[in-house]
Design a protein around this ligand. Structure first.
Ligand SMILES: [Zn+2]
Length: 418
């Protein structure tokens, strides 16, 4: 089974160099505590969570309650899985998984005969030291930024933390429900929140506390609201203040207003704002185009734009080109659409200053061996783009090597101040 792409000679040389350099992994969702990761026991379906689940769902595999695949449980039943595996296994989500299975477990493919044994060995391998073995020994990852859990000391930890501020998860920072609001108010030691202005005061204090604890960054997203409207945001918050939950699709104005407050405070605290753009489900509600006003209104805030805004890749690079505070983070993108990443980066090289690109973030939740597979694909993609420039006579190998280093390591290191 061929899992490595055949590259040109120049690209292969760059790929070899990429395997020797230090990497900053800009984005994962795994627990910062290795002990918490060790306590997990994976079932077969968990290996594909969440991304390949999207492909399986699209192929027609049924999921409990037909729910949006981001939140599903994938069946552990081989008979149910097999026909759909056949039609998704050559896709790029599957490729990262297959590279990992081959590298760590010697499996050429998933089969009825080997799947149970593989899951058993994955769980046996999940012991103390797995983070060092995967991140450092196999991937040469020097630092990894993880989203949405506890915050370690940013100076002496392999894993660092950023915080999701517009997430519906109960433990995150957005007042979608009375309980969530109560928890946030208690966390900062405030008395009560009676209106939007008071919530912004609470949020300012909360962000200060998180940065004191070690937060590297606050994660937001593209929202389909061009200009924040305080009156509409206040109306949405009133639903929660009345004691009712606020449905996500009715919270856009509140999110847009609060995101503006988060950006102002982030600039004051000198930490960046991450911005999810594109990909999931109705991607029109996550459009990179909707970020333009937000980025323009907050020039003192460093914006970390995720995922190449897929499928609006050209719009995203145009935004990064036009605004000094906007940066391009390729996390997740290499497994979503590798060919799109390669083609877009060829255009981005013409358009975007070299200091504004971060090459890698795995964006995984479970089964961290997949980070190795994803990183291999990222190394191939970047090497292909730069190798073509070398072959075309537009840069020499030393210049290509410098750019490779800056995208994988120096740029994110400088941006996150790590
Ligand atoms: Zn993510």
């Amino acid at each position: 089974m061929k899992l490595r792409q055949v590259l040109t000679k120049s690209a292969e040389k760059l790929f070899e160099i990429s395997q020797t350099i230090s990497i900053i992994d800009t984005h994962e969702h795994i627990p910062i505590s290795e002990k918490a990761y060790n306590e997990r026991t994976l079932k077969f379906g968990d290996l594909f969570h969440p991304y390949l689940g999207n492909d399986l769902f699209s192929a027609g595999m049924s999921f409990p309650q037909g729910r949006y695949p981001k939140y599903y449980c994938i069946s552990d039943d081989w008979d149910q899985f097999e026909p759909y595996w056949k039609v998704v296994k050559f896709g790029s989500y599957a490729r990262a998984i297959r590279i990992a299975l081959q590298e760590f477990y010697g499996a050429e493919d998933l089969t009825r005969e080997n799947y149970e044994e593989i899951v058993k060995r994955i769980n046996q391998n999940n012991t103390s030291g797995i983070y060092r073995r995967i991140f450092q020994d196999k991937c040469h990852i020097e630092k990894c930024i993880c989203c949405g859990n506890d915050l370690p000391d940013r100076n002496d930890s392999l894993l660092l933390g950023n915080i999701d501020t517009l997430s519906m998860q109960a433990d995150q920072f957005m007042p979608f429900s009375p309980d969530q609001l109560k928890r946030i108010v208690e966390e900062v030691g405030a008395q009560d929140v009676r209106n939007l202005d008071e919530f912004v005061e609470v949020s300012d204090r909360w962000m200060e506390l998180q940065v004191e604890k070690g937060a590297m960054e606050f994660k937001c997203k593209a929202i389909p609201v061009e200009i924040p409207n305080k009156a509409k945001a206040e109306e949405e918050l009133k639903v929660v203040l009345r004691g009712e939950p606020l449905p996500y699709h009715m919270s856009y104005h509140l999110m847009a207003y609060l995101r503006e407050a988060y950006a102002r405070k982030a600039a004051e605290l000198n930490v960046p704002i991450a911005l999810h753009a594109g990909i999931w489900w109705d991607y029109r509600t996550l459009s990179a185009n909707d970020l333009i006003g937000f980025i323009r209104r907050n020039p003192a805030t460093r914006m970390d734009i995720y995922h190449l805004g897929i499928p609006e890749v050209r719009n995203t690079i145009q935004i990064v080109k036009n605004f000094p505070n906007a940066y391009l983070n390729l996390c997740w993108a290499h497994i979503v659409a590798p060919e799109m990443v390669v083609n877009t980066l060829k255009e981005a090289l013409d358009m975007i200053p070299l200091n504004k690109i971060f090459a890698f973030g795995g964006d995984y939740i479970l089964f961290i061996e997949k980070i190795y597979g994803h990183l291999l694909m990222a190394r191939e993609n970047i090497s292909l783009v730069l190798g073509e420039r070398v072959d075309g006579g537009l840069m020499d190998m030393c210049e290509a090597e410098r750019i490779l280093m800056s995208w994988f390591y120096e740029n994110p290191k400088k941006f996150y101040q790590i």
